[in-house]
Design a protein. Sequence first.
Length: 154
Amino acid sequence: MADKIKKRSPWLKRILIAGIIGLLVAAGVIYYYFTLKYDNTKDVKADYTVDALVLINEFKQNEAAANKKYTEKILVVNGRVSELEEADTIMNVKIVDTLTGSYAIFAFQQQDLAAAKKLKEGDSVSIKGSCSGGTFSQILEAESISFKRCAINK
């Protein structure tokens, strides 16, 4: 019986060592992504410049193709501010298609928060941001397109 235990222990040690190595690799990957720094959106060249209502309509007509084209790309979106949502340390600007209720929402970077706070509903605006993609809500029956790391485009 003692022989069986001794024979199993090398496998147990190997599995334990592999598990520890796996945890260390996972911790390194997580650390990398949590400390990843991005260039200031103002300084990055835009991949596309579009009108907000045209963009919303493109997502509504073919969400899969629009997501493939725009997700993780830098866009300059021109439109009229419909809503402003201020939270603790962020500001969200919404441009809404009033006919369908579909919208694009832009989350502003900390360094561009002051410029976003100067906006008012109804203002014409040009916003540069990284598109996170669009999703259709069955409940709201509306398309929503999210943007991150946004800045006022001048």
